[in-house]
Design a protein around this ligand. Sequence first.
Ligand SMILES: Cc1cc2nc3c(=O)[nH]c(=O)nc-3n(C[C@H](O)[C@H](O)[C@H](O)COP(=O)(O)O)c2cc1C
Length: 279
Amino acid sequence: MSSDSRILVLPPFDATASFKYTESPNPQWKLGDGMPLNSPQARQWKEDEKLGWKTWDMDEMPKPARYKLLTSAVGPRPIAFVSTLSADGIPNLAPFSYFSMVAHDPPIVSISFSLPPNSPKDTRENIRITKEFTVNLISEPWIEAANACAVDAPLEIDEWVVSGLTKEPSDVVKPPRVKESAVSLECELFHFQDICPPGSDLVTNTLVLGLIKKAHIRNAVLAQGGNSVDPEKLRPVARFGGQTYARLGDGFELPRPAWKNVESIVHGLMGEPNGHSSS
Ligand SMILES: Cc1cc2nc3c(=O)[nH]c(=O)nc-3n(C[C@H](O)[C@H](O)[C@H](O)COP(=O)(O)O)c2cc1C
């Protein structure tokens, strides 16, 4: 089925659906329980083991097949919507989902550029030369505008015009941030690492680490207390494989186990004399 024919039968986007907290999948779970078979979905998950696994050897896969497989398997990925300026001051805006937070001390994000032969990404080039960029996180109400910026337009085309989004001056870097974005990070280049396949000197990717100098968060998406972001209000959009985007479903909280509270249970599970079982 082509993506066009699929679009014809899809229900409209439900803008009213929003994130809410639920219980975790197995609230009665105890240390050592593994995967409880207490729902039809969990039992099916167990049943599916009988289908076995399909395994790919990365070295034997054509590049497009590897891209298709890995981008659909490793997700959902957050998307950095990156604003840069060329050496001549020409603005550029593009989305990148090989993106993550790397550290908070120092505060660092990573972006990775895939570089098809003879097709350097303008964003990469701008960061290399100017050493500055802003990362803007994308929310549901303006995802189409962000997606349009992935157009393979010539260098002189300004993606801001293509998107219709609004420039907001940054505080400490020259590239503007996106006014429609609820979370914008002003970044300075921290590290620029070209990547070549083993045994080759052809640069196929570049990993950029950005040091966050300023974080701008819309007041309207802040959680109670004003020191963190409320996922229900943020309405973030993530990337899967192909042309697929994902929105946030429900959330649940799970406390991280503290060793002092679980130590004797774990020893019990290991069959040691001073332990006791968790039930
Ligand atoms: C949602 C989305 C995520 C993308 N992620 C990446 C990525 O992580 N790395 C990359 O090199 N290109 C990625 N692309 C493609 C770039 O956005 C595209 O090549 C763009 O034209 C680059 O713009 P530039 O040349 O102005 O930098 C992505 C495209 C979309 C729509």
